[in-house]
Write a protein that binds this ligand. Structure first.
Ligand SMILES: Nc1nc2c(c(=O)[nH]1)N[C@@H](CN(C=O)c1ccc(C(=O)N[C@@H](CCC(=O)O)C(=O)O)cc1)CN2
Length: 302
């Protein structure tokens, strides 16, 4: 039988509010020097989840005191038109951060689009220059992807800044979450394993982790008995599933872990919703503020 070990839910909502408050305070100071951070968000098509995220980003940017620009493009837009818009935003001094909401329709080469964003405005941290900086420890000027950066702050809430002697397993190897997450954990001196859906004995690999970051995008794939007693568990998955026994068609969000089972063994665990998700948007604000500060040679709180 499993037993709770000083279990605590890590509220991403609270941590995100704390970051946003710090962003607001520094933005208000910068206003005195005539500096206003500017964030441009581009969305192609009408995917409902993407619409929700983009609208949340715009609202949060305004709440922070930023100049917020949104460009909605039709699903059939030509790649060249999107690239021309990014080129114009790259040259616009009022814009410090540019983000293209993913996923993009299949006729557009997402890699080409992401690499066309000026590295110093790449607040998603997806450009090769920023990926390389993170990978080589040049974190002073790197933009770190928002979801792993936010996850790392939640891990620090439990373990502090150094993770020496701790074993971390990242389940998932995406460029957006898995790989940058592994680099951040490594930079904090954790012993890191990147596992994925084709890893043999995935359950046993997970079971040896002091910190487990689940980013596979498969609802409740990681079971409670895969979690070491007392581990810290970060659930990056945001999966919409049909509500069992509820009204037909009604859905709810679940993570990549079975929360109830994992919570019974974990020392600390992030919920879905209300865990890593809100941190993604807060870190976007932090990155945009940093981009504005770097552009104007001003100091940034992050
Ligand atoms: N250009 C990018 N595209 C995408 C990114 C990204 O970082 N950059 N990440 C995801 C989506 N995403 C932000 O864009 C995102 C996902 C989830 C949340 C969030 O706050 N989730 C809430 C639940 C919201 C709901 O009810 O649906 C939560 O977990 O509490 C924020 C941002 C893919 N695309």
């Amino acid at each position: 039988m499993t037993q709770a070990v000083n279990n605590r839910t890590i509220s991403g909502k609270d941590a995100a509010e704390n970051i946003v408050e710090r962003v607001k305070a520094r933005t208000a100071e910068l206003a005195g020097a005539g500096i206003k951070p500017g964030l441009a968000v581009i969305i192609v098509g009408s995917d409902p989840a993407s619409q929700v995220y983009v609208s949340a980003k715009g609202k949060k940017a305004e709440e922070c005191g930023f100049f917020s620009f949104k460009q909605q493009l039709p699903p059939e837009v030509a790649e060249d038109r999107l690239l021309a818009l990014i080129e114009a935003l790259n040259r616009d001094p009022a814009i410090h951060g540019i983000l293209v909401q993913l996923p993009l329709p299949s006729h557009i080469d997402a890699g080409k689009v992401v690499q066309s964003i000026a590295p110093e405005k790449d607040v998603d941290g997806f450009h090769f220059i920023n990926v390389g900086k993170l990978g080589t420890g040049e974190t002073r000027t790197a933009f770190v992807p928002c979801t792993p950066a936010g996850s790392m702050i939640l891990i620090e809430r439990i373990h502090g800044k150094g993770l020496s002697g701790l074993s971390a397993v990242v389940v998932g190897r995406s460029n957006i979450v898995g790989k940058p997450m592994a680099n951040l954990l490594l930079a904090a001196n954790a012993t890191v394993t990147i596992a994925h859906s084709r890893t043999s004995n995935l359950d046993a690999v997970c079971r040896q982790a002091d910190i487990i970051v689940a980013a596979v995008g498969r609802p409740r794939m990681i079971r409670g008995d895969w979690i070491k007693q007392g581990a810290t568990v970060i659930d990056v998955g945001i999966n919409r599933v049909l509500l069992e026994g509820g009204e037909p068609g009604k859905t709810r969000l679940v993570g990549d872990l079975d929360f109830g089972e994992a919570a019974a063994r974990a020392r600390a665990i992030t919920p879905v919703p209300g865990g890593v998700g809100p941190m993604t948007i807060a870190m976007l604000m932090a990155n945009t503020l940093r981009a504005a500060c770097l552009a104007h040679d001003a100091s940034a709180p992050f």
